[in-house]
Structures are given as C-alpha cells and as structure tokens.
Design a protein around this ligand. Structure first.
Ligand code: FAD
Length: 370
C-alpha cells in the first residue's frame, strides 16, 4: 500500500457500502470513523437489510445491460475472498451455508412458458451463446434439484449465481469494525458531507478523506439520485425446502423467493418508481403471496412474519458511480444491484484512498470533479 496508513477517514452511512468500505480500510490500518443516521443493530434503516441479497449477474442482465453482468462476475469472484477474510478475525464467522453459490432457477407454469422462453432469449441477446450460462431442466431434473418445484414442467438453471445471508453478514461486519477499533456512531445523521470535513450539527470534524455512502440519504447532494420503492414479505414454513433462489415468471409480475436460515423465505420484490416509504400496499401483499402460493400450494400454511419496504438508491442510468474530488468520495447508485456490485465499487474506493492502481471498471465507475 502506498497511501499513508495514518490517514483518518470518515465513512458516512452504515449500509452495505459503508460497512464494507469501513471494514476494508480499517483492515489496512487506516483510522476510520463510521456515522449512521439510524441504529446499527435494531431495525436498521439501510436498504441493505431489506434486500433479498441475491448475487445474480445472469438474471439481472436480462433487464439491464452487459456491464452489470461483467461487474457482477467480478464481484462474484471477490465475495468468497471477502468472507474468508472477514471470518479470519471473528469468533463466530458466517457459516459456509450462509453464502451459497449453487445457482438459481427460473420457472413458469406451462401456460406462461412463453415468458420463460423470452427470458432465455433475452439472456442470449445480452450474452451471446446462452447455453454456456444457463441450462434447461426437464421436470425430472428439476425435481431432482428442487423436489418442492415438482409442479413445473421445466425450468432454467443459472449456475453462476449466489445468495447470501445478508443480516448475518451485516452484523458480522459491525463486529469486525468494532474489533478493528473503528469508531461507530449510530443515530448520528450527517447532512453536511464535504471535502475533508463533516458537520455533525454540533461539531465540525476534519478528515483526510470523507466517503459518502448514504444511499438514498445523499439525495440533496446528488442531483440525479432517486429512490425506487421495493416491498418484500418474510414467511416461515417447514413444509417447503428450497436450496436456491427461484424466479417465477408470471404475466402480471416477476417475483422471486429466496431461502433464508431458520425455514424462512423472503419474497420480493416490487419495483415502483416512487419515494414513498409507507407500509406495503394491499395489492403488493396479494401479488407477492399469490405468487408464492402459485409456486407451491404448500406455502398456503406459511406464517407471514413481516413485510419490509425500502428505497433502492438509483441514478439516471441505473449504474453505480463514484464521484471523486480531493478529500471527498461519493459512492452511490447501486440500484437493485447492491450485493451484485458492491465488492467492485468498494475495491475502487479503497484504491482511490490508498493510491493503488485503479481497480477493474474504474473508467466506468469513477467520475472526477474539480
Ligand atoms: C426490496 C429490495 C430488494 C433488494 N434485493 C437485492 C438483491 O437481491 N440483490 C442485490 O444485489 N441488491 C438488492 N437490493 C439493492 C440493495 O439493497 C442496495 O443496492 C444497497 O443496499 C445499496 O447500498 P448502499 O450502501 O448504497 O445504501 P444502503 O444500504 O441503503 O445504506 C445507506 C445507509 O446510509 C444511512 N444514511 C442515510 N442518510 C444518512 C445521513 N444523513 N447520515 C448518516 N447516515 C445516513 C442509512 O440509514 C443507511 O444505513 C434490494 C433493495 C431493495 C429495496
């Protein structure tokens, strides 16, 4: 590392980017202060906690662009390394099952099979020969992989996709930060985020670098930042077992079900161009639960544990961006791709602070300001 280890850094926002960035920098010996508007443990406000936490470059390219896929693959390579390094210093690290890279499935009922076909064609459109990236499964193969999807005649397996227990990850990152002597300030909203200093409202604090990771909370400082509302349901049942995320194609909605620890599942997600953070609507509750029921009627007896609503921090092109000027980095725009892209964004932030060679995708991600 060329950058001086004695640098003092403020990271503002303790969601996905904030926690990961603070941890990567603290590991290198830099002095880091982390400021969070909400609570760090109880009902945190970050979209990072609402997310289903799929790391799905293939599914996401279908509705976005090739760049998201390429960056997503680079992140997929980084996650196992990050998790290994995180667990090294922790007494109770993430269990291996909490990060699983055994693909995801896309299914549709027979009457909607055109939607599944279209998904496969769009994959091919973006990536060329889709057979390298996906595999058609007939009913018996599907049943072998996921016995509780026996009602479907065929499905598409996307092998190079992963999912993570994000609540465990975010909690463990906080523990690691405390072990690395990062000063973590909760319930401390910072609305004045500047080059070389922040203003807490009662105090001006100076730093070598300030890193703005406030997600949607940075709206007043980033003119094309918008929030995209997402609603999810959490259910619990012992009747169904799934090993991997399942996307369900339906004429009215495209939804996913992601298995979580303790027989829980997250069902999501709506994508609404609105910055409304009020509770989940009746319509969304019905759509999400009927999709679940259509996936397997045994979900009917599942217990609904809770719903959650949050805003995806999104820029005009739905790409992430790091705006840099001396003493200030603003990283934002992870949109629906937080877990998919965060490692690449974070490694670019670290390279900027430590003056290492630019990390992959720096040309696309970084925008310099005078
Ligand atoms: C329903 C839903 C499902 C999703 N599913 C997935 C998925 O499966 N896969 C995937 O890759 N991505 C998913 N995402 C997207 C992902 O959650 C986001 O892209 C990611 O969390 C953005 O990270 P961030 O750190 O920029 O923002 P956040 O995680 O939102 O963190 C921002 C933090 O900054 C804090 N903050 C805000 N203002 C201030 C202030 N003034 N002072 C101090 N702190 C402040 C906030 O309280 C928050 O803790 C999903 C999002 C939603 C809403």
């Amino acid at each position: 590392m060329n950058g001086a280890p004695s640098q003092h850094i403020a990271v503002v926002g303790a969601g996905l980017l904030g926690r990961l960035t603070a941890w990567r920098l603290a590991r290198l010996g830099l002095a880091v202060d982390l400021f969070e508007a909400g609570s760090l443990r109880d009902t945190p406000k970050a979209a990072a906690f609402t997310a289903a936490a799929m790391i799905s470059p293939l599914s996401e390219v279908v509705d976005s662009e090739r760049l998201i896929y390429d960056m997503g693959l680079a992140s997929l390579d980084l996650w196992p390394l990050f998790l290994q390094q995180l667990s090294e210093g922790l007494s109770q690290p993430l269990q291996p099952a909490s990060y699983r890279e055994d693909g995801s499935l896309v299914v549709a009922h027979q009457q909607d099979s055109a939607l599944l076909q279209q998904f496969a064609e769009r994959l091919q459109f973006h990536l060329g020969n889709a057979t390298e990236h996906s595999q058609w499964l007939q009913q018996n193969q599907l049943r072998e992989l996921e016995p509780d999807l026996a009602g479907f005649h065929r499905g598409l397996l996307l092998p190079r996709e992963a999912h993570i227990d994000n609540h465990a990850l975010l909690t463990q990152l906080l523990t690691a930060l405390q072990q690395l002597n990062v000063n973590c300030f909760e319930r401390t909203p910072i609305n004045n985020v500047n080059a070389h200093y922040i203003d807490t409202g009662t105090q001006k604090r100076e730093y070598d670098w300030v890193i703005d990771c406030r997600g949607f909370g940075a709206k007043s400082d980033i003119k094309d930042l918008r929030g995209v509302r997402g609603e999810v349901l959490w259910v619990e049942t012992g009747e169904i077992e799934l090993q991997r995320p399942v996307r369900f194609m339906h004429p009215k909605y495209k939804l996913y079900v992601v298995p979580k620890p303790n027989r829980q599942f997250i069902i999501g997600a709506t994508e609404i161009e609105s910055e409304d953070l009020s509770p989940i609507s009746l319509r969304s509750t019905l759509e999400l639960s009927s999709a679940l029921y259509a996936l397997n009627p045994a979900f009917a007896e599942a217990r609904v544990l809770r719903s959650d609503v949050n805003l995806r921090p999104s820029l005009i092109d739905n790409r992430p961006r790091i705006v840099t000027k001396p003493g200030l980095l603003r990283a934002n725009g992870l949109h629906r791709h937080g877990y998919l892209l965060a490692p690449v964004v974070v490694e670019n932030l670290v390279a900027l602070i430590t003056q290492q060679h630019p990390f992959s995708f720096a040309d696309t991600l970084i925008e310099a300001q005078a």
